[in-house]
Structure formats: structure tokens, C-alpha cells
Design a protein around this ligand. Structure first.
Ligand code: CA
Length: 259
């Protein structure tokens, strides 16, 4: 018994030391229901994360700079999580945000993701599921290299690190979903992605997003590329399959390309 206690203590000390020198990933949980916050915090700490807690928008904004990822309840005593994400994104904060909500309608999920959230978990949830999503979101955020596709007339650039897209050096104002779509397509130019692969990539596994939703985001993306002076046909439709980014210098075979 004593031995187990000592091992436990040492583990706690080691974790504290790793957190102190920045080797543990730090998650900020913004949730005013203490029981929910504690259950998620417990699961995250057991899984090796450092955790900070905030119970209001004001506390969350103060704690944000130290966090690598935020778990955010939408209904807080001093405001809405939606507004908070918007304010953080406008201020340039790029930490991934996983929204916790008791509402599970598609409209709310889509609104949260378009506001700048990276994933969405509906209450009640299992803390283990939240930990798995934290890992998946951090993996997506950290492992995506910058991608570049030189086009015949204009260069299209997506930089995951700065979350900026450019056409011929000019900034391209994209929604989060459009940015993620473009980043996915540009990761491997020429590779065809099915709509469901793109949905998994942009929204995360298990989201009930319709194919038409992807199509309308691609349409908007093409329009913005074209409006910025780029070549909108870089984002090619592969009929009956999905989408791909044109390979540098390669024209799509006739019949496969749609306007
Ligand atoms: Ca709440």
C-alpha cells in the first residue's frame, strides 16, 4: 500500500516538474459547473495533461495565454462561449477550442465550428471521450505542415502555423471551414478526397454533415480565390467522388473537370 502511495506521489511530482518546464500540454477548462469541470480535469490529468480551470469568460480570458487547448462551455455566467471564441480569434488567439454544449442540433455545431471552434462535444459526455478528442485536435493542430501549390498564374499558399491563406502573396479571408478544406486539399495536390474524408478532416469523426454542406463551402472557397485574383479552378471537382487540388502544372483530363 505504502509503495503504491509513494509511486503515486512521485508520479504527481514528476508531472508537476514536467508542467513547470513546459513539457506537459496545458489544457484550459472553461466551465461553471464544478462537477463537470472536475470530471474532465481528472481524466485529463490522469492522461498526463496539465489543467487550468476557469468558471467565467473573464477568468478564461486571463488564463488563455498559458493554454495550448481550451475546452469551452457555451453558457457561462458572464456571457456566451460563442462570443468568447469570436473575441479570442479576432484578437489573434489560435489555440484549438473544443466546445461543450448541452444543445446538439446541427445548426449549433456548425455555428460553433464556423465561429472558430475545432470540435464540439454534446453533454452528457464521457470524460474519456473528451480526452480522446483533445488528443485528436492537438494532433491535427500540430502535425500539419505548411502546404504550397504553385498554380500556372497565381500561387496559393496555406500556412497552418499562422492560419493564413494567400493568393499570389495577397491575404485570402477564409472562414475556418474554408481554411481547413483548402489546407486538406493542398496537403497532397492531386490526391482525391471524398466528401466524407473531407468532413472527417474538417469537422472531426462522427459529425452528421451533409455532402451539400461541403459543396457549398467549396463553392464559397472557389469564389473567394477567384475574387482575390487567383485561379479558382485549382480546386477541382472529381465527378462522383469528391475534390482535389490541381497538381502543379498538371491540367485535369477533359470531362473530369467542372466549372
Ligand atoms: Ca454552463
Amino acid at each position: 500500500m505504502l509503495r503504491f502511495r509513494r509511486v503515486g506521489k512521485r508520479t504527481v511530482c514528476l508531472r508537476a516538474a514536467l508542467a513547470g518546464i513546459g513539457l506537459m500540454q496545458r489544457v484550459l477548462i472553461v466551465e461553471d459547473e464544478a462537477a463537470i469541470a472536475e470530471s474532465v480535469a481528472y481524466a485529463l490529468r490522469r492522461d498526463g495533461f496539465a489543467v487550468d480551470l476557469a468558471a467565467s469568460c473573464a477568468e478564461a480570458t486571463l488564463a488563455l495565454p498559458g493554454a495550448e487547448l481550451v475546452i469551452l462551455d457555451l453558457m457561462l455566467p458572464d456571457g456566451s462561449g460563442f462570443d468568447l471564441i469570436g473575441r479570442w480569434r479576432r484578437a489573434g488567439a489560435r489555440q484549438p477550442v473544443i466546445v461543450l454544449s448541452s444543445r446538439d442540433g446541427e445548426a449549433d455545431r456548425v455555428a460553433a465550428l464556423e465561429t472558430g471552434a475545432d470540435d464540439y462535444v454534446t453533454k452528457p459526455f464521457s470524460p474519456r471521450e473528451v480526452v480522446a478528442r483533445v488528443r485528436a485536435v492537438l494532433r491535427r493542430a500540430g502535425s500539419l505542415p505548411p502546404a504550397v501549390v504553385p498554380a500556372s498564374h497565381h500561387a496559393l499558399t496555406v500556412d497552418e502555423a499562422t492560419r493564413r491563406a494567400r493568393v499570389a502573396g495577397q491575404p485570402l479571408e477564409l472562414t475556418k471551414v474554408e481554411f481547413e478544406l483548402l489546407a486538406a486539399l493542398l496537403e497532397t495536390p492531386g490526391r482525391v478526397y471524398t466528401r466524407s474524408q473531407l468532413i472527417d478532416r474538417v469537422w472531426g469523426d462522427g459529425f452528421a454533415i451533409g455532402d451539400r454542406t461541403i459543396d457549398s463551402h467549396v463553392k464559397a472557397l472557389r469564389r473567394k480565390i477567384g475574387d482575390a485574383g487567383g485561379d479558382a479552378s485549382l480546386v477541382e471537382t472529381v465527378r462522383g467522388v469528391g475534390y482535389r487540388a490541381a497538381e502543379p502544372g498538371a491540367a485535369a483530363p477533359p470531362g473530369e473537370r467542372e466549372p
